[in-house]
Structures are given as C-alpha cells and as structure tokens.
Design a protein around this ligand. Structure first.
Ligand SMILES: [Zn+2]
Length: 131
C-alpha cells in the first residue's frame, strides 16, 4: 500500500510529457551488446573523428598527435621533428627541464633550425591530416 502511494507521488512529480509513450532508437552496437549481454567496446560505439583515430591507432599511427611525441636528442644528427601542415611553425623550447621560461621561435621548412638559447636542433616535417 505504501509503495503504491509512493508511485503516485512520483507520477505526479514527473513532467506531463514524461509519461507519454516514446520511440527509442537503438544503434547496432547497443543492440548487439543487449543480445550478447555485454557492454559495447570503445571501437564499437565510437563514431566520426574518434572512430578514425581509433582505427589509425590500431595501425600504429597517430594522425592527430594525441600521444606524447617521440623524444629526440636535439642534436644535428637527431633533431626534434616538428610536424606541420604549413611551411613554418612556431616552436616553444624549454631549454632545461626545470625552466619556467619558454623560448619561442619559428621553424621553417628546409634545414634544421637551432634554439637561440640552448642550441637544440629542430626540423620541420610536412604532415598531412587524414581528412
Ligand atoms: Zn632551447
């Protein structure tokens, strides 16, 4: 009896259209999860840019520079690689690990550039976005 009264109170508390019948559309991954009894994985429920990124990461690619960049020595033989969709890009060099100041400079296409403060080498490489 008390639970019936509680239900009546909840029903009155709902907005008017909440009790109206609704059509619910489920996508394929949700239906699959319901039929198999599991929760869909990221790959099953990802769409758009997230899906493209997940597919690229399966192949070992990082088209949107999501992951931490590979570390380079910064020498002439192993310069820091700066990916860019243009012919130049601004770079901020934290010359020493504990520095609070960042040295900003342009890196242009062509031979490696050097940081004006510490002398580390930076080389621009053309990068195509996958869309
Ligand atoms: Zn530097």
């Amino acid at each position: 009896m008390a639970s019936w009264r509680l239900c009546q109170l909840f029903y009155r508390a709902l907005p008017r259209n909440a009790a109206a019948p609704r059509t619910v559309y489920l996508n394929r991954s949700v239906l699959r999860a319901m039929s198999v009894g599991g929760i869909p994985t990221d790959e099953e429920q990802a769409t758009g840019l997230e899906r493209k990124t997940l597919q690229a990461m399966k192949k070992g690619l990082d088209p949107y520079s999501i992951l931490k960049p590979k570390s380079y020595l910064g020498t002439k033989e192993d310069p820091h690689i700066v990916p860019s969709i243009n012919k130049k890009r601004i770079v901020g060099c934290i010359c020493e690990e504990d520095n609070s100041a960042i040295i900003w400079f342009w890196v242009h296409e062509g031979p490696a550039h050097r940081c004006p403060s510490c002398g580390a080498h930076y080389k621009l490489e053309h990068h195509e976005l996958p869309h």
